[in-house]
Write a protein that binds this ligand. Structure first.
Ligand code: PHE
Length: 357
C-alpha cells in the first residue's frame, strides 16, 4: 500500500499558516500569494497528485484537500484584510502629519488675506448708491459689433464723431466690424432692444463694466478702464431729472462739500448733451496738477436721449423720453481716494493696494 499523498497535509497547512503570519506587509503577502494558495502552492501540487489515487480513495482525499484549502484561504483573507487596515491607518496618519506641517507653516509665516481691488470695491459702492436711488443694475458684453458701439448710437461709419473714441478693433469677420467697446453706451442699446421686444419699458438702470480705448495712459487715463452707464426711459422725463440725479449721486458718493456742474457738450446719441464735472477732491477746487489747475474734474458725459437712438431701437419718442449718463469708475476711485496718478491703479504695488482693504 502506498502512502497517501495527503499524509503530511496538516504539516503543510500549518507551514502555510506560518508563512501567512510571517508576512509583515501587504506587499509581501501578495507576492507570496501564488506560493500559498495560487498555482505554485503545495495545495495545487497535491491536487494534481490525486489523479493517481484509486477512484474510491479519490473522493475522500479530494474533500480533505478542499477543506485544507478553505482553511488556508480563510487565514490568508483575514491576514490580507488586517494588513490593508494597517496600511490605511498609516496613510491617514501620514496625512494628519501633513496637515500639521501646514499649520506650523501658517504660524511661522502669516499669509495675507486678499480683498477686492479698489476699482471693484468702487464699482460696488457706486452700484449701491444707484440701487438706493431706485435703479437696477445690468450687464453687457465687452466685445461689440459696430452696430451697438457706434451705429445704433447715431454714429454712422466714417462720421467724424468716431474720432471721439480711439478704437481697438477685433480681428473677426469683415474689417472694422467688431470692436472692444469704447464706452458702456452700447449696453443702453441692448437694454432698449430687450425692453421693446418684451414690452417692459420704462427702464431705470445702471450698467457698469470695462471699456477700452487706444489712449496713452497718463495721470487721468488708462487704455483699459471702467465706466458706469445710466439709462432712464419713462414718460415725461426732462433735463431737470437728469441734473437732479447727477447732483444727488455726487453728494451721496463724494460727500456734501463736493458739487457737480454740467457744461454744454456734444455726443451723437444725446441732445442736448453735457459734460459732467465735480469739484477736484485733491485740491478742493483751488487748482492742482491733477485737474490741470481748473479746480474741476470731468467724470463723464450725459444728455437727453437723441430721437435717432429711439428710432434705431423702435421706441416711440412721442410717448417716451429719457436721459443717459456715463462716467469713469476708475476716475471716481481716483477722486474719492485722492490718487494723484491713475496709473497707480494698475501698477500692482501691494503697498498701494493694501491701503484700500
Ligand atoms: N459714452 C460717452 C463716453 O464715454 C459718455 C456718455 C454716456 C455721454 C451717456 C452721454 C450719455 O464718452
Amino acid at each position: 500500500m502506498t502512502t497517501s499523498p495527503l499524509a503530511e497535509l496538516s504539516t503543510h497547512v500549518s507551514q502555510l499558516r506560518d508563512r501567512i503570519d510571517g508576512a509583515q506587509t501587504l506587499e509581501q503577502l501578495l507576492e507570496d500569494e501564488v506560493f500559498i494558495i495560487g498555482k505554485r502552492s503545495i495545495l495545487s501540487t497535491l491536487q494534481k497528485s490525486l489523479g493517481a489515487l484509486a477512484p474510491e480513495d479519490r473522493k475522500d482525499a479530494g474533500a480533505q484537500l478542499q477543506g485544507a484549502r478553505r482553511e488556508v484561504e480563510g487565514v490568508f483573507a483575514q491576514r490580507r484584510a488586517s494588513l490593508e487596515r494597517a496600511q490605511r491607518a498609516l496613510a491617514i496618519e501620514a496625512d494628519r502629519l501633513d496637515l500639521g506641517d501646514v499649520v506650523v507653516a501658517q504660524v511661522a509665516l502669516p499669509l495675507a488675506v486678499g480683498h477686492p481691488g479698489i476699482v471693484a470695491a468702487t464699482q460696488r459702492q457706486l452700484e449701491d448708491v444707484f440701487v438706493a436711488m431706485g435703479f437696477t443694475v445690468a450687464d453687457g458684453p465687452e466685445v461689440e459689433s459696430d452696430w451697438y458701439n457706434f451705429e445704433a448710437l447715431n454714429i454712422p461709419p466714417a462720421h467724424p464723431a468716431r474720432g471721439m473714441w480711439d478704437t481697438f478693433y477685433v480681428d473677426l469677420g469683415e474689417p472694422e466690424t467688431v470692436v472692444l467697446r469704447t464706452h458702456t453706451s452700447p449696453t443702453q442699446i441692448h437694454l432698449l432692444e430687450d425692453a421693446v421686444a418684451a414690452g417692459t419699458l420704462p427702464i431705470h438702470s445702471v450698467m457698469p463694466g470695462r471699456c477700452y480705448r487706444r489712449d496713452t495712459p497718463d495721470a487721468r487715463h488708462l487704455a483699459a478702464f471702467h465706466q458706469i452707464e445710466g439709462l432712464v426711459v419713462d414718460r415725461g422725463i426732462t433735463f431737470a431729472d437728469l441734473a437732479g440725479v447727477i447732483e444727488t449721486f455726487t453728494h451721496a458718493y463724494f460727500g456734501a462739500d463736493i458739487s457737480s456742474r454740467l457744461r454744454p457738450a456734444y455726443f451723437p446719441f444725446t441732445e442736448p448733451s453735457a459734460e459732467f464735472e465735480i469739484t477736484c477732491t485733491i485740491c478742493r477746487g483751488a487748482g492742482c496738477r491733477t485737474c490741470s489747475q481748473t479746480g474741476w474734474i470731468e467724470l463723464g458725459g450725459c444728455g437727453m436721449l437723441d430721437p435717432a437712438v429711439f428710432a434705431a431701437v423702435g421706441v416711440d419718442g412721442r410717448e417716451w423720453s429719457g436721459f443717459a449718463f456715463g462716467f469713469g469708475i476708475d476716475r471716481c476711485a481716483q477722486m474719492r481716494h485722492q490718487i494723484a496718478d491713475m496709473r497707480a491703479l494698475i501698477d500692482n504695488d501691494v503697498r498701494f493696494l493694501r491701503q484700500f482693504s
